[in-house]
Design a protein around this ligand. Structure first.
Ligand code: ZN
Length: 678
């Protein structure tokens, strides 16, 4: 599971000084010169800005750890094509045609068509395909079909599909219109353009996997996680497994090549962990993936860590197939104080959670809480990046072995630097006292909410006997994110937080509460096209929480809409009452999860999380548009270079990169291994 909230949270803050500085590894204010005085924002287009991140502390790692980062980083770059293909089966075809034209074009680069195509290509790179990474809607090209057809004739003659089909894919707005369609009542499989199923209906998929699942297995296999489900020539439904020798083999072979290099320089237990992952990639055996995850989650001592594989199922309308992703990171040891305190008190938080005692974990296991510095992002973590990750996802492993939870400090740091002085809070936050609290405590409130969400929220609670975990179907991830967010919100306002030294005062919670409610009921709509519903699960969860609390607290005026000078503002009047409401909703959402109450879960999501008031939406978009802030952010990676002397590797050099187009073209040229059609 990942937390992607920073994309918006970071833009809600105006930070003049970093109020929280226990993270000693951050580059100090005034020390930026050694980083080369680069801007934090390296590119902006459409609704997106691209930032860079620093990797403080890399230079100080010992050589073998630098090498391990290097090899794992190489492996992280190898899976980019896989994600493109998973997102939509013609994505690689479209990307390559665009890149060929982009490289070879000799016409007028000041023309509107050219500029629009360049923007479109930048968006395709950012989304790893032709559908928006958040809204899932197909991009609308702003260059003409005729102009593009001419460029294809000139510069991209060798297409793997008919030219007319390529043009329809890009220009016909009804064809493959949404990547992920989770509308209640539709065939989500045939109505989604993502490439996890082909030639099968939703009913066929559900039947296929229902027959596979062993209801009595206490350690159920994540069936379907690493394959595409198709009909073969005889009409049989079969899985095309993503493994060496299977689908995506050419990319997986490269991943394995670099992982094996990494294993050679890794110490135990990491060597065995990497080897287990390699074995999984070789066999495609999901039991082997579980074995790898058990080993991986048990390793809390290695300084370098990584994620590499088919991990998150957000891109599958049925929540079964996992997209490929990768990260490499190392521990930000000086910055871990915050999460160590949380971890040390994990059982107290669980025992006091406002949920039915039957659904509390008797013993909270393996809450590993780390603050990390990422060194490389790949696949579904690139360029749009989570700010926290909690893995593995298999419920039984989490229950028996715990989970690893990290917050990514150099990413949130870059977000906060890039958001300085953007005018957001002045526009949307009505009261000066709220703005002042956010200015002083916003970053700490965000960080702690992320920590609590990841370290405790996802790891908390337990299912009732007999409940397997798949009962909530397409509402699973929204409700799980809701639960984790509520856990974090509820405890952020607990006096215990002050007592154990995590926050100086409950003003930190007030800052976060005001921001959260405003975001959930209003400002996050800036990222949604007018007239559309909320689709993405984290956005749904925030709206659900805010709207539910608004409605339930209405009689006591806990949260209030205020109109001033023709503008709408949402204000929190009673923070203590709001915290109680968070607790009440957590009680209910935990009950829904623990008992697998699909109907109640569905109703909660559909009633509170999906529909946006048209006039409010319009107003938010206008006000947000006037600020000139892009609602989405992502990152370019640094690069790493081996330094050799007399035939021996003596160092690994970190190279800061700050050009988006250059990086994308480089990856497409040097780190692209799959055929256009897979
Ligand atoms: Zn989460």
């Amino acid at each position: 599971m990942k937390m992607k909230t920073a994309i918006l949270i970071a833009t809600t803050m105006v930070i003049t000084t970093l109020s929280f500085s226990s993270c000693g590894n951050k580059p100090a204010e005034g020390c930026q010169a050694q980083q080369g005085e680069q801007p934090w924002i390296v590119d902006r287009f459409d609704d997106i800005k691209v930032l860079r991140y620093e990797v403080p502390g890399f230079e100080n790692l010992p050589l073998n750890q630098k090498l391990l980062v290097y090899y794992l980083a190489q492996a992280t770059k190898c899976g980019r094509d896989i994600l493109f293909d998973q997102n939509f089966k013609y994505n690689l075809t479209v990307r390559r045609a665009l890149e060929q034209i982009y490289t070879a074009y000799e016409g007028d680069k000041e023309s509107a068509d050219w500029k629009a195509m360049e923007k479109y290509l930048k968006k395709v790179w950012f989304a790893n395909g032709i559908h928006h990474h958040y809204s899932n809607d197909k991009f609308r090209p702003e260059f003409s079909r005729e102009w593009f057809a001419q460029q294809v004739d000139k510069y991209a003659k060798e297409l793997p599909i008919e030219k007319s089909l390529l043009l329809d894919i890009i220009f016909d707005e009804n064809l493959y219109a949404v990547r992920l369609n989770q509308t209640d009542g539709v065939d989500m499989v045939t109505e989604s353009a993502c490439n996890y199923y082909e030639g099968v209906t939703m009913a066929e998929v559900e039947k296929f996997y229902a027959e596979m699942i062993d209801e009595n297995d206490p350690r159920p296999i994540s069936y379907g996680l690493n394959s595409k489900l198709v009909k073969d020539n005889e009409g049989n439904i079969v899985e095309r497994v993503w493994k060496m020798g299977g689908m995506y083999s050419a990319a997986i072979e490269k991943i394995v090549f670099w992982l094996e290099k990494a294993a050679q320089v890794a110490d135990e237990p990491q060597k065995s962990i990497i080897n287990a992952l390699v074995n999984y990639y070789r066999t495609g055996d999901l039991r082997e993936f579980d074995r790898y995850n058990v080993l991986w989650v048990g390793d809390n001592s290695s300084n370098i860590d990584f994620v590499n594989g088919f991990i998150e199922d957000y891109g599958d309308p049925l929540g079964r197939k996992a997209s490929w992703e990768g990260t490499v990171n190392f521990m930000d040891s000086l910055a871990c104080r915050r999460t160590q305190i949380i971890a040390a008190n994990a059982q107290w938080f669980e025992d006091n959670a406002p949920i039915n005692p039957a659904f509390r974990k008797k013993e909270v296991k393996g809450v590993s809480a780390k603050v990390i510095t990422v060194a490389m992002l790949g696949g579904d973590c690139y360029p749009a990046t989570p700010i926290g990750i909690n893995l593995p996802n298999a419920d039984w492993i989490r229950k028996e072995y715990g989970s690893k939870s990290v917050t990514i400090d150099n990413i949130t740091y870059a977000y906060s630097k890039a958001a300085q002085g953007n005018g957001f809070n002045e526009e949307f936050m009505l009261r000066e006292e709220d703005r002042a609290r956010i200015k002083e405590h916003g970053k700490l409130g965000d960080d702690l909410h992320t920590d609590l969400h990841e370290c405790l929220g996802h790891g908390s609670g337990q299912l009732a006997p007999g409940v397997k975990g798949g009962e909530l179907k397409s509402y699973t991830s929204t409700l799980e994110e809701t639960r984790a967010d509520l856990f974090g919100l509820y405890y952020l306002g607990d006096p215990k937080m002050v007592e154990i030294g995590l926050i100086p005062s409950l003003d930190v919670a007030k800052a976060q509460y005001a921001t959260y409610i405003m975001n959930g009921m209003m400002t996050q709509f800036s990222r949604i096209e007018l007239g559309k519903n909320v689709e993405e699960s984290h956005m749904r969860n925030r709206k659900l929480i805010a709207e539910w609390c608004y409605e339930k607290g209405k009689k006591d005026n806990v949260i209030e809409w205020v109109k001033q000078d023709g503008k709408s503002y949402i204000v929190v009047n009673d923070f203590e009452a709001l915290r109680k409401l968070f607790g009440e909703l957590l009680f209910e959402v935990q009950r829904i999860k623990s008992t697998g109450d699909y109907e109640a879960g569905r109703k909660l999501v559909e009633d509170y999380a999906v529909k946006i008031d048209y006039d409010l939406h319009k107003e938010v978009l206008e006000r947000y548009g006037n600020l000139g802030i892009e609602p989405y952010s992502g990152f370019v990676n640094p690069d790493y270079e081996l330094i050799e002397k007399d035939g021996e590797i003596v160092d690994v050099k970190l190279i800061a990169k700050s050009d988006y187009i250059e990086q994308m073209m480089h990856y497409s040229k040097e780190w692209s291994f799959l055929p256009s059609i897979n």
